[in-house]
Design a protein around this ligand. Structure first.
Ligand SMILES: [Zn+2]
Length: 277
């Protein structure tokens, strides 16, 4: 009896040992399996990211126009100077002036850099051959400046009557006019909260900078300039959506559309090649 009881006790003890061991072993095995899958998934993610980065870099390098980027990044001062467009007067038959001097590196509808075919560049980037805060930015046309209360580096200008499409209202967007920390280079007349401040074409608005919001990606000192559609109710639409923007080429009299521009190279009599305006 005693023995039996003892056996029973042993059995109970055995169960007490086996059951947790069984559970623990299986949990560990499961954890090991899920860890292994996590590792595989992480490696797959990293692999995809690396492949995508390589693909975009190769595509960019394959584009002959990207040679100018290499020249801008690593060329001599003379190389850089040769890339700069200086156009303080409006081109013949064009209504706008170029808002800043510089290297017009990223074009309208450009899929390069941080952009892609599905999210092409909504404006033009004019890179400055100077430190942030030195290259002037001028109003491209007559219109009413607004700076929303939380805008650190941007202005938007309402043009009530589109010179190329009379009767239609458009907006001109100027951004990156602050340093990396967000200290702005915008003229005092356009403090945050400014609403409908009229300026004539050529009015000094501020200076180019390298502000890029909270993004960890550093940007070269430049002005991003875009022509933005009205929503039909007197408000500007979201400039980040390509379809809300217009090709600036006919407004500036320059070939600035990536899909047709051989290279942005000053005034031209035929600035556009597509119907996307
Ligand atoms: Zn841009």
């Amino acid at each position: 009896m005693r023995r039996d009881l003892s056996n029973l006790k042993d059995l109970t003890n055995l169960r007490l040992i086996i059951l947790p061991t069984f559970i623990i072993t299986h949990v560990i095995t499961l954890t090991q399996i899920s860890r292994r899958w996590l590792k595989i998934a992480a490696l797959a993610l990293i692999g995809t990211a690396v492949a995508y980065a390589a693909y975009t870099t190769l595509r960019t390098l394959n584009d002959p126009r990207s040679q100018t980027f290499v020249q801008w990044a690593s060329g001599s001062p003379a190389d850089r100077a040769s890339l700069i467009t200086v156009q303080r007067e409006a081109c013949p038959d064009a209504p706008f002036i170029l808002p800043a001097d510089g290297f017009i590196g990223l074009l309208y509808a450009d899929p390069r850099g941080p952009y892609s075919n599905s999210h092409p560049h909504q404006g033009i980037d004019i890179f400055s051959d100077a430190e942030p805060g030195l290259t002037p930015v001028y109003a491209a046309y007559d219109g009413y400046i607004t700076r929303e209360a939380n805008w650190k580096s941007s202005l938007i200008q309402r043009v009530p009557d589109d010179p190329l499409h009379p009767g239609q209202q458009i907006w001109l967007y100027y951004t990156h006019m602050a340093d990396r920390a967000g200290n702005d280079f915008i003229e005092d007349a356009f403090a945050p909260g400014t609403h409908e401040f009229f300026v004539g074409q050529g009015t000094l608005l501020g200076y180019t900078g390298d502000y890029n919001g909270s993004s960890p990606r550093t940007v070269w000192t430049h002005l991003h300039f875009s022509v933005v559609r009205d929503d039909g109710n007197g408000r500007y639409t979201n400039e980040l959506e390509f379809d809300n923007t217009l090709d600036p080429s006919p407004y500036l009299g320059m070939s600035l559309n990536y899909t047709c521009a051989p290279e942005a190279d000053g005034c031209t009599a035929v600035p556009t090649c597509t119907t996307h305006e």
